[in-house]
Design a protein around this ligand. Structure first.
Ligand SMILES: [Zn+2]
Length: 302
């Protein structure tokens, strides 16, 4: 998992959103849901929007672009899911703009609780201004904009549909839905606090000895974002094995079999063995590895 720095690219994103919100202000009636309105709005200026994408798609593309890590070789319409680190493209059906503070949040108390934890959300001037404007249902100026359309409150995530071609939302934005979780990707130290074990498990280590904090963090990882789903553990475990042996995921059937046969004894539960077997018997499982190349690096594991 990586820290997402919203100060990068904020200038052009703000320009895009100012134009969008001004168009909304001109509209009668004013859109009930700004987030949905972004999906049909198109910035007409061809210098800003040469391909005449929807505002939603353009923003998603830019946010994905800002998630690039040095030397990862991604194209400009690609980036990472902020939770599971799946490579996603702006026009993939499973790519979404994720609200850090859910768009449907109802009370000021709930809203303010997102600022209780130590994250860059708290230090962001746009978000702080936005915080004080939360209950202005119809803003009368373009910026600061309501949290449901604010650049500072939007990140890219996958909807968790795994394996390829499935409609089953197993992780990330899918199961999280509107559940309150801390702004995990805005925590400066998150890269060091999240550990990937060599067996594929992800753990949010508690730098804080408080048992309540430990339990909450485990719940977020395991039950809300479901990042220890068997399919994700297999992906990370296979990549650790491939990376330690200097292998790529583009293997023939015999090579794949050797990998799975080596890893099978590490599985403690039958369900884990069955999931691992899926990677051998079904290409829509094995082909996922290419989307999770983020883990093709032994240094990411402890
Ligand atoms: Zn994801």
């Amino acid at each position: 998992m990586e820290f997402v720095d919203k100060s990068i690219g904020s200038g052009r994103a703000h320009n895009l959103l100012v134009n969008f919100l001004n168009r909304c202000l001109d509209k009668k009636p004013y859109p009930r849901d700004l987030y949905d309105a972004m999906k049909s709005d198109i910035e007409p200026d061809e210098l800003i929007n040469p391909n005449q994408d929807t505002t939603y798609n353009l923003l998603l593309k830019w946010i994905l672009e800002e998630s690039h890590i040095k030397g990862d070789g991604l194209n400009n319409d690609e980036g990472y899911c902020c939770y599971c680190m799946r490579k996603i493209k702006a026009n993939d059906s499973h790519s979404t703009l994720e609200h850090v503070i859910p768009k449907s949040i109802e009370t000021e108390e709930d809203y303010n609780s997102y600022f209780d934890v130590d994250s860059e959300l708290e230090r962001d001037e746009n978000i702080m201004t936005l915080k004080t404007k939360f209950f202005n249902i119809r803003h009368k100026q373009a910026l600061p904009c309501p949290h449901n359309a604010a650049y500072e409150n939007l990140v890219a995530s996958c909807d968790g549909r795994l394996p390829i071609g499935s409609n089953n939302h197993v992780c990330c934005n899918g199961p999280r839905d509107k559940t309150k979780i801390p702004p995990i990707m805005f925590m400066r130290n998150i890269h060091n606090e999240i550990e990937y074990r060599t067996n594929g498990r992800i753990i949010w280590i508690a730098g804080n000895p408080d048992m309540k904090v430990k339990r909450e963090r485990a719940k977020i990882i395991n039950n809300v974002l479901c990042l220890n789903h068997d399919i994700l553990k297999c992906i990370r475990g296979i990549w650790y094995h491939l990376a330690t042996n200097g292998l790529d995921c583009k293997l023939n059937d015999e090579e794949k079999r050797r990998v799975i046969d080596t890893l099978r004894p590490q599985c403690k539960l039958d369900s884990e063995k069955e999931m691992l077997q899926n990677f051998l018997s079904q290409t829509n499982y094995w082909n996922l590895l290419d989307q999770y190349r983020y883990f093709n690096d032994v240094n990411k594991f402890t």
